[in-house]
Design a protein around this ligand. Structure first.
Ligand SMILES: Cc1ncc(COP(=O)(O)O)c(C=O)c1O
Length: 392
C-alpha cells in the first residue's frame, strides 16, 4: 500500500534545522563539548512554590479523572486567569466566557485559526516569526499565508500599509508577537493602536501572542493588547513555558473576545480534554503569586539571572564588532552577523557553540542569528571566547 500525506501536510516546509542537527551529532560523535544556545528552552528550575502545589494536587484522586468541564479549563483556573489579567494589566474579563485553558500557547495558535479560516482565506504571519503561525495556523488549516516582513530599519514591526488590498480582504487572522521571538523586539502604545486600527478597518482578528510578556528587563514593562482593545474584539495568548519555566507541563491560556473564545473551545472540544487538573492547579498558583502589576520575587530573581547573562553576551558580541542591540525583553539575543547566518552558525557549531540562524524563522533574516540565554554565565563567557577564536 502506498501511504500518501494529505496535501496540507506536504505543504509544510521541510524542517530547516535538519542540517544543524546533523552537524551537532557529527560534533558530538567527535566528543566536542558543545555549548547549546540554539533552542528556546529555559534552563532555570520551575519555582519551588509551583512544584509544591503540583505535588499536593497530583495526589488527589479526582485530579486523575476526566474533567467535567474539559477543554475550556477548570473554573478555578479560569478565575485565576481573569484575576491575573486584572492584576497585571488592569483588564477586566469574565472568567467564564472570556478566558480559556490551552495545552500550551502553541495549541491555541493553531486551533484558533482552525475555528475561523476557510480555504482561500489568509493568515498574516510575521517574517521572521515563530514558524507555527504560518505552518500550524495557516497551512495546516488550509489557509494561505501572507508574510509581513519585519526589518531592523523598522524596529522589527510590520508595516500595515504595505499589505496589499486584495490580501486584506481575504485575511482573517493576524498574528502579532511582542516581546518578539526571535528578534527580541518590543512595542509601544502607538504601535498597538495602529495594529488595532488596521485590524478593525479590515475585519481581521488579532491573535496577540504574549508568550514573553513577563520576560522584560530594565525599565521596560510589556503591555497587553487587551489594555487597548476597548471593544474586546481580539484575543491574547499567554504561556507558562518561559515565565514560570513550565515548558514541559504544556499549559497556556487565552483571553479576549467571547465569540472568538467560544469558537476555539468548539474546536478544542473535539480534540482535547483540557490540561491535567493538577497542572492547572499548579499554573493557577503561579498566576495567583501576582498580587498586583509587579512580578513575584521568584520571577524577578529569574529575570535578574537572564539580565546578567544578557549583558555578558551583548558585551562579548560588541567586542567582536557586531552592532548588537541590548534586548529589552525575552531571553534571546538577535544580531546581524554581517554575512550568511547559516554559514556563521555552521562555523560556530564546529567551534563548540550551537546557535540558530535567522533563516529558520523566515526568508527576511538570512543575515541574522539568534542566541538563547539558557546556560550559566561562565558557559556563556566560554561560548563568547570560542566565537571570538572562531572569527580570528
Ligand atoms: C512566540 C512563541 N509563541 C508560543 C510559543 C509556544 O509556547 P507554549 O510552550 O506555551 O506552547 C513559543 C515557544 O517557543 C514562542 O516562542
Amino acid at each position: 500500500m502506498k501511504i500518501k500525506y494529505a496535501q496540507r501536510v506536504n505543504r509544510i516546509p521541510k524542517y530547516l534545522f535538519v542540517w544543524i542537527e546533523d552537524l551537532i551529532q557529527e560534533e558530538e560523535k567527535k566528543g566536542t563539548d558543545l555549548i547549546r544556545l540554539g533552542v528556546g528552552i529555559p534552563d532555570l528550575p520551575t519555582p519551588k512554590f509551583i512544584i509544591k502545589k503540583l505535588v499536593e494536587e497530583i495526589q488527589k484522586p479526582k485530579h486523575h479523572f476526566y474533567s467535567i468541564v474539559c477543554s475550556p479549563g477548570e473554573d478555578f483556573f479560569r478565575q485565576s486567569v481573569a484575576q491575573w489579567h486584572k492584576n497585571r494589566f488592569n483588564v477586566k474579563l469574565d472568567a467564564e466566557t472570556e478566558t480559556c485553558n490551552l495545552v500550551g500557547a502553541k495549541e491555541g495558535l493553531v486551533n484558533l485559526s482552525r475555528a475561523f479560516v476557510n480555504p482561500g482565506d489568509y493568515v498574516l504571519a510575521p517574517d521572521p516569526g515563530y514558524p507555527v503561525y504560518a505552518n500550524g495556523a495557516g497551512i495546516l488549516n488550509d489557509a494561505s499565508v501572507h508574510y509581513m516582513p519585519l526589518s531592523a530599519e523598522n524596529n522589527f514591526l510590520p508595516v500595515f500599509d504595505k499589505i496589499p488590498q486584495e490580501i486584506r480582504k481575504k485575511a482573517k487572522i493576524m498574528y502579532l508577537n511582542y516581546p518578539n521571538n526571535p528578534t527580541a523586539a518590543v512595542i509601544d502604545k502607538k504601535f498597538i493602536k495602529e495594529a488595532l486600527d488596521f485590524a478593525e478597518d479590515n475585519d481581521i482578528i488579532i491573535c496577540y501572542d504574549n508568550a514573553y510578556s513577563e520576560m522584560y528587563f530594565d525599565d521596560y514593562v510589556s503591555p497587553s493588547l487587551l489594555e487597548f482593545d476597548r471593544g474586546m474584539n481580539h484575543i491574547e495568548l499567554n504561556s507558562f513555558s518561559k515565565t514560570f519555566a513550565m515548558a514541559g507541563d504544556r499549559i497556556g491560556m487565552a483571553a479576549g473576545n467571547k465569540d472568538i473564545i467560544a469558537g476555539m473551545i468548539k474546536v478544542k472540544s473535539q480534540l482535547d480534554m483540557g490540561c491535567p487538573m493538577y497542572i492547572q492547579a499548579a499554573a493557577a498558583a503561579a498566576l495567583d503569586s501576582y498580587k498586583g502589576k509587579q512580578r513575584p520575587k521568584e520571577i524577578e530573581e529569574m529575570m535578574k539571572v537572564y539580565e546578567s547573562r544578557r549583558d555578558v553576551v551583548v558585551n562579548g558580541l560588541r567586542e567582536m564588532g557586531f552592532d548588537c542591540p541590548i534586548p529589552k525583553a525575552t531571553f534571546y539575543v538577535w544580531w546581524n552577523c554581517k554575512g550568511d547566518g547559516a554559514e556563521f552558525v555552521t562555523k560556530m557549531i564546529k567551534n563548540g557553540v550551537t546557535l540558530t540562524p535567522g533563516v529558520g524563522f523566515g526568508e527576511h533574516s538570512k543575515e541574522f542569528v539568534r542566541l538563547s540565554l539558557i546556560q550559566p554565565e561562565d558557559r556563556l563567557q566560554e561560548a563568547i571566547n570560542r566565537m571570538k577564536e572562531a572569527l580570528k
